[in-house]
Ligand binder design. Structure first.
Ligand code: FAD
Ligand code: UDP
Length: 797
C-alpha cells in the first residue's frame, strides 16, 4: 500500500503546475464511464461549459499500463477540463484496482488542494473508490439506463440506489428516464439533451464534402453516433434493400458489436468515428438524417442528442419510435417516426421531399431549438448546484459562528432536534435497538449508517435482472430461540427454507456438513448409520484438549475428511491454518452420521418472505426514529445532541485504534447474472480446494424462492483488505479485544452492540438476542429524571 501511495504521490507531483492554472475556483469532480475523447456528447457539452467558471476534473475509468505500479495521467483538454486517467498494471484483481483508484484519487485531491468539490457522477460504479468523499453537492447526472446495456454489471442497480441515496440532486438525460427515476429521489429534474446550435448552423450552408464521403452518390441519408446494440441493423439492411437507389452513410465508432457482422450493402457506407468538429461538414452534405434505433431495453430511456443537432444542421429526421423522440419532436413536420422497414423507407422518401422545401419547416424547428441550448441547460443545472452550495455554506457558516460562541451547542444540533439516543449502524444490532427504544420506550432516536442503505450486511436488493440478491453475501436465517423469532415476526412474514450445501470434491458434489452420504460417497463404501459412527470413530484422532479448529474436526472425522473438507477452505477463508484458529470456528459446522443434509440444526429455519431490507424498513418505520444514511459517526458526533450512544461499528475504530487494530477478515463478492433459470443444484456449493481462489458460490433464488427466467450468483473471494466482516477468533485477538472492552466498560453512556462492537463471530439471531438483552439492561438503568416517569409508563404497557 505504501508503495502505491508513493506512486500516487510521484504521479500527482508531475502535475503540480496545473494547480496554478486551476486557480482558487470551486472544483467539479466528475466520474465517468465514457472517455472525454470518445464522442462529444452530454458530459462534454455540460462540463466544458462548467469549466468556464469552475475547475473541472474528469475522472475516467482505468486503462492498462505496462508499468509495475499504478499511476495517474492528467492532462488538460482543449475545453479546459482536466482529464484524469488512472493507469493500472494489467491483472490487478478488482479489489486491488479499487484500492489503487482510491489512492490515486486521494493523492490527486491532496495535490490539487481540492476542498468541497461538487461531485458529479455519470456512473454509480465509481462509488466503489469515491464513496468516502462528500460532495457539496453530490450530483447524479443520469444520462442513460446503463443497467439495460449489453455487458452491464448486475450490481449496477444496487450501486445506483446507493448513489441515489447519496446524491443531493439527480438530473436525468430525458423525460422517460425522469419518470423512471423520480420516485427514487426527492430532488430529481429532467434535463433532456440540449444542442449547440451555433456549432451545427454552418451545415445549413455549404461546407466542403469530407474526402471519405465525397465519392458517395446522392441522395444521402446519414446517421452519426455510436454504433452498438442500440442501432437496428436489420432495419437498416431492410431499408437499404428497399431503396437501392439511396445511399446510407454511418459515421461513428463501432462498439460492442462485431464490425464484421454489420450489414454490408453497396449503398451502406461506414465511415468510422469523427470528431465533434468534423460532424457539421458530414451532415451538410447529407440530404436527410436518420435515427434507425432498435426498440429494445437499451433504448427505452434514451433521449438522443443528435435529434436537435440534425435539426440545427437543417436536416429533416426520420426516427424509429424512441419514446423521448416521439414525445419531444413527434409532432414536428421535420421529424417523422416509422417503426417498420416499409414505413421507414416511405418516411425517408418524404424526408427527401421536405429537404427541398426547408422554408416550410425550419422556422418551426428553430422555435423548438431556441429553448434547448446547452448553455441554457447548463445554467439551469448550475442554478440548482449553487442553491445547494448556498444551503450548505449557510449551514456551515452558522455552525462556525455558533461554535465560536457556544462550544457545546452547534448550529447543526439546533437544526436537528435533541435525541435521546444516537445509534451508529443500521444493521441488526442498531435497528433492533432503535425499534425497541422508540416503540418500547418512547425514546427519540437518530440512527445513522455510513452506508447508503439500512440492514447492514443483511441488506438485500434486486439486481439489474430483477433478481433479489444479498450484495454482502448469502444470509440465511436460523435460530433456536422462539423469543427472537417472535420478535422479528412483528416485522416480517416468513417462507420456510432449509439450507443445503454441497462441497465440490474430486468432481463430486458431496453434502456438507459431513453425513452418512458424504462418508459413503467419499470413501466409496455403503455403510449404515451405526457403521458410519464406528467408521468415523476409527478415523478420529484422539485429542485430549480440543482448543483449535483443527482439533474439532480431526477429533471427530479424522485426517482425510479434515484435509479434504476443512483445511483448504479454512486456510482460504481465514488466511490461517485451522490449527491457528479458535475451536469455535469449525465447531459451527456439525458432523452427522445420518442422512440429514441440512446445513443447520436449528429448530427454526426460515427466510423473511419479502427480504431483509423490507423487514428492516418496517422495523425502523416509527415516528420517533430518524434514519440518516451515508453518514459517518465521525462526521456528526459533535453536531448531534443526544443523551446516550449505541455504537455497532468496530470497537477499535471507536477508540481510535488506541491499542492497535483488531484483525478482521474480509471478502470480495463477485456477482453475476446468468441467462438460465438454474445455475447449480443447491443454494451454496463450497469449493474446499486451495487451488480454487473462491470459497463458495451462492445462487440466491434458492434462498428467496423467487421465480425468474435468469439467475444471479455470487462468488466469495476471501481477502485481508476490505470491509470488516469477520472478527478473527484467536487468543491474542481476544486479549486485545479485552483491552478495548475495558475502555468500553469505562464509557457508561455508550452501549457497544453487534458483531463489530463486541468482536464476536455472531449470527444474525445472536445479534438480535444481544440487542434485545442490551435493551433490557438499558431499561434497568437508573433513568435521567426527566425521562423516568415516561419510561416507567411505557415499560408497564
Ligand atoms: P452489521 O450488519 O455489520 O452492521 C453494522 C453497520 O454499522 C454497518 O452497516 C456499518 O456500515 C455501520 N457502521 C460501522 N461503523 C460506522 C460508523 N463509524 N458510522 C456509521 N455507520 C457505521 N448470519 C446469519 O445468521 N446467517 C447467515 O447466513 C450469515 N451469513 C453471513 C455471510 C457473510 C458473508 C457475512 C459477512 C456475515 C454473515 N452472517 C450471517 C452474519 C451477519 O451478517 C451478522 O451477524 C449481522 O449482520 C451483524 O449485524 P450487526 O448489526 O452487528 O453488524
Ligand atoms: N468450513 C470449512 N469447510 C466447509 C465449510 C466450513 O472448512 O465446507 C469451516 C471454515 O473455517 C468456515 C467455518 O467452517 O469459516 C464456519 O463455516 P460457516 O459456514 O459457519 O461460515 P460462515 O460463512 O457462515 O461464517
Amino acid at each position: 500500500m505504501s508503495q502505491l501511495r508513493d506512486q500516487a504521490a510521484t504521479a500527482t507531483r508531475r502535475f503540480t503546475s496545473l494547480r496554478e492554472a486551476a486557480g482558487p475556483r470551486a472544483t467539479l469532480l466528475c466520474f465517468s464511464h465514457l472517455r472525454w475523447d470518445f464522442v462529444f456528447q452530454r458530459p462534454q457539452h455540460l462540463l466544458s461549459r462548467a469549466a468556464r467558471t469552475m475547475r473541472v476534473i474528469f475522472w475516467e475509468e482505468p486503462i492498462g499500463t505496462d508499468r509495475p505500479a499504478p499511476h495517474l495521467s492528467l492532462r488538460s483538454s482543449a475545453e479546459g477540463v482536466l482529464v484524469a486517467q488512472p493507469c493500472l498494471p494489467a491483472g490487478l484483481d478488482p479489489a486491488a484496482a479499487t484500492a489503487a483508484q482510491r489512492t490515486l484519487l486521494d493523492g490527486m485531491l491532496r495535490e490539487l488542494a481540492v476542498t468541497d468539490p461538487v461531485l458529479w457522477y455519470y456512473t454509480p460504479q465509481a462509488l466503489a473508490f469515491s464513496g468516502h468523499l462528500r460532495g457539496r453537492p453530490t450530483v447524479y447526472d443520469c444520462m442513460d439506463e446503463l443497467s439495460a446495456f449489453v455487458g452491464a454489471d448486475p450490481m449496477l442497480p444496487v450501486r445506483e440506489r446507493e448513489l441515489m441515496a447519496r446524491a443531493d440532486l439527480v438530473f436525468t438525460g430525458g423525460y422517460s428516464l425522469y419518470e423512471a427515476k423520480r420516485h427514487q429521489h426527492g430532488d430529481a429534474h429532467p434535463f433532456p439533451s440540449g444542442v449547440d446550435t451555433a456549432h451545427f448552423a454552418p451545415a445549413r450552408g455549404s461546407l466542403a464534402d469530407p474526402a471519405d464521403q465525397a465519392a458517395i452518390p446522392h441522395p444521402r441519408l446519414g446517421f452519426y453516433g455510436v454504433i452498438d446494440e442500440r442501432l437496428d441493423q436489420d432495419l437498416l439492411a431492410a431499408v437499404a434493400d428497399l431503396r437501392p437507389d439511396l445511399h446510407f452513410v454511418l459515421v461513428g465508432p463501432v462498439v460492442k458489436v462485431d464490425p464484421a457482422r454489420l450489414p454490408r450493402r453497396p449503398n451502406l457506407h461506414y465511415l468510422g468515428a469523427k470528431s465533434y468538429t468534423e460532424l457539421p461538414a458530414y451532415v451538410a452534405n447529407w440530404d436527410a438524417a436518420l435515427m434507425p434505433f432498435a426498440i429494445n431495453a437499451a433504448t427505452r430511456f434514451i433521449s438522443p442528442t443528435k435529434t436537435p443537432e440534425y435539426l440545427a444542421a437543417g436536416r429533416p429526421v426520420v426516427s424509429t419510435p424512441i419514446a423521448d423522440v416521439v414525445r419531444q419532436y413527434g409532432k414536428m413536420r421535420a421529424v417523422s417516426i416509422a417503426a417498420t422497414p416499409a414505413a421507414f423507407a416511405e418516411a425517408v422518401d418524404a424526408a427527401l421531399r421536405l429537404a427541398r422545401t426547408p422554408a416550410a419547416w425550419r422556422p418551426e424547428a428553430d422555435a423548438v431549438l431556441a429553448d434547448m441550448s446547452w448553455d441554457r441547460t447548463w445554467s439551469r443545472m448550475a442554478a440548482f448546484i449553487n442553491e445547494k452550495r448556498g444551503i450548505v455554506a449557510r449551514t456551515q457558516e452558522t455552525l462556525m459562528a455558533s461554535r465560536a460562541t457556544r462550544p457545546t451547542q452547534t448550529a447543526a444540533s439546533r437544526t436537528r432536534p435533541h435525541y435521546d439516543y444516537l445509534i451508529v449502524g443500521a444493521g441488526f444490532a442498531g435497528s433492533v435497538l432503535a425499534e425497541r427504544l422508540a416503540a418500547g420506550s418512547g425514546k427519540r432516536v437518530l440512527i445513522i449508517d455510513r452506508r447508503p442503505h439500512i440492514g447492514g450486511n443483511a441488506y438485500d436488493a434486486p439486481d439489474a435482472a430483477g433478481v433479489l440478491i444479498h450484495p454482502y453475501g448469502p444470509h440465511i436465517f436460523h435460530t433456536n430461540s422462539k423469543a427472537i423469532l417472535d420478535y422479528l415476526s412483528r416485522f416480517t412474514e416468513w417462507r420456510p427454507y432449509e439450507h443445503r450445501v454441497l462441497a465440490r470434491v474430486n468432481d463430486q458434489l458431496l453434502p456438507i456438513p459431513i453425513n452418512r452420504i458424504t462418508v459413503n460417497k467419499f470413501f466409496g463404501v455403503d455403510l449404515s448409520q451405526s457403521e458410519v459412527e464406528d467408521f468415523l470413530a476409527s478415523k478420529a484422532e484422539p485429542i485430549e484438549t480440543i482448543r483449535t479448529s483443527a482439533d474439532v474436526v480431526l477429533s471427530k472425522v479424522g485426517r482425510e475428511l479434515y484435509e479434504t473438507f476443512f483445511r483448504g477452505y479454512t486456510r482460504k477463508q481465514w488466511g490461517l491454518d485451522p490449527s491457528e484458529l479458535d475451536k469455535s470456528v469449525t465447531a459451527r459446522v456439525p458432523t452427522r452420521t445420518n442422512d440429514d443434509d441440512r446445513y443447520f440444526n436449528d429448530t427454526f429455519q426460515q427466510m423473511p418472505l419479502h427480504g431483509y431490507t423490507r423487514m428492516f424498513e418496517r422495523m425502523l418505520d416509527h415516528p420517533n426514529i430518524t434514519v440518516e444514511l451515508g453518514v459517518d459517526y465521525a462526521d456528526v458526533q459533535s453536531e448531534v445532541s443526544f443523551d446516550q450512544l449505541v455504537f455497532t461499528g468496530p470497537i477499535d475504530e471507536f477508540f481510535g485504534h488506541r491499542y492497535g487494530k483488531l484483525p478482521y477478515r474480509s471478502l470480495r463478492f463477485q456477482h453475476e447474472t446468468h441467462d438460465q433459470a438454474v445455475f447449480q443444484p443447491v443454494a451454496v456449493v463450497n469449493y474446499p480446494q486451495e487451488t480454487v481462489p473462491y470459497t463458495r458460490i451462492t445462487e440466491f433464488k434458492y434462498l428467496t424462492g423467487q421465480e425468474h427466467g435468469q439467475t444471479s450468483i455470487c462468488y466469495e473471494f476471501p481477502s485481508a483488505e476490505g470491509d470488516p466482516y469477520y472478527p478473527v477468533p484467536r487468543p491474542e485477538n481476544a486479549a486485545l479485544f479485552q483491552k478495548y472492552q475495558a475502555l468500553a466498560d469505562a464509557t457508561p453512556d455508550v452501549h457497544f452492540v453487534g458483531r463489530l462492537a463486541t468482536y464476536k463471530y455472531y449470527n444474525m439471531d445472536q445479534v438480535v438476542g444481544q440487542a434485545l438483552a442490551t435493551y433490557q439492561r438499558i431499561l434497568a438503568q437508573p433513568a435521567p429524571a426527566r425521562a423516568r416517569a415516561e419510561q416507567v409508563a411505557t415499560a408497564a404497557e
